[in-house]
Design a protein around this ligand. Sequence first.
Ligand SMILES: C[S@@+](CC[C@H](N)C(=O)[O-])C[C@H]1O[C@@H](n2cnc3c(N)ncnc32)[C@H](O)[C@@H]1O
Length: 356
Amino acid sequence: MSEPESLEALIARQGPIPVERFMGLANAAYYAQGAAIGREGDFITAPEISQVFGELIGAWLFAQWQVLGAPDPVRVVELGPGRGALIADLLRVAALRPAFAKAIDLHLVETSKALRARQKQALGGRPARWHDSFDEVPEGPLLLVANEFLDALPVRQWVRREDGWRERLVGVADGRLAFQESPDPDPGAPAILASAHQAAPLGVIVEHCPTAHALIAKIAQRIARAGGYALFIDYGPAASAPGDSLQAVRRHRPAPILERPGRADLTAHVDFQALAETAGLAGVAVFGPLGQGVWLERLGIVLRTQALIARAPPDTAHALARATQRLIAPTEMGTLFKTMALAPKTSPPPPGYEVS
Ligand SMILES: C[S@@+](CC[C@H](N)C(=O)[O-])C[C@H]1O[C@@H](n2cnc3c(N)ncnc32)[C@H](O)[C@@H]1O
């Protein structure tokens, strides 16, 4: 079998490509290898830090299933389940409510074959269907969760210049990948960019994630049509802000973005404000974004951790306390990470969003 073409070779052959295409190709290659999620890997996510994270989300979904009138079946969907930690913890809680557990029709949206295999293992024989995209999830009431999924979707970038918005590209210079700008301004940019971006000073980079907007609109339309709730947890500011947030992480450290594409995890900040506007226009109520720490505290993370600690040996007790701290402390993941829920228009605020 011939080796897949490297990004350097593709760009040398085709010419510079938009940052969006670069990020999409690099991440597809990265996740195809199985993605090094976890302490031993490149980065760690909330469900990998503590089982309590997925357990609380399981309880949250159960509460929202009841608000929906306990539909059977209900499509329980996770976008980008990684190694399957969140879905396994969530289902363990769901199993305590037999009617809910029976109603769950499980759908996992995952493009990486290697990660699908890990997820299957984590499910331990529980039936599920895998899809390449949300479009393939059958119609019907929906309970959807996505943790650190939106930040992996490819962003477009533009730089503000005297004569307009130049799209940021990745080309080859001196035999190495290098950022470049489109030779002409992009006349389509002003219509796409968030209003906070329009006023960016000259030279500043702004971002927009077309895939995330298209996905959020589809999920919102589904909820408006068939009922349901969607919960997004990710990192980014609460309000749209100009700036270059593209970053690469390898072995828990920032890595050069253009060096060894496909060998590091590429992410960009999620623009919650812009996505909330898109969801609202598509016909749903939006709750949040709210800091992950405050949200988890309102859901009872401290009590649940104390209950686990009371039954744990000292080493485990210390690790449990430390993990909760990591999820909720403002200096760690508590503030940078946000949660945002989409709900039917007439829905009361879901748990955690009562006082925003
Ligand atoms: C950062 S990981 C998050 C893993 C998991 N949610 C967690 O919290 O541990 C991103 C996940 O999304 C998947 N993914 C990335 N881009 C995707 C896409 N366009 N369509 C479907 N899955 C995608 C990856 O393969 C991976 O499972």
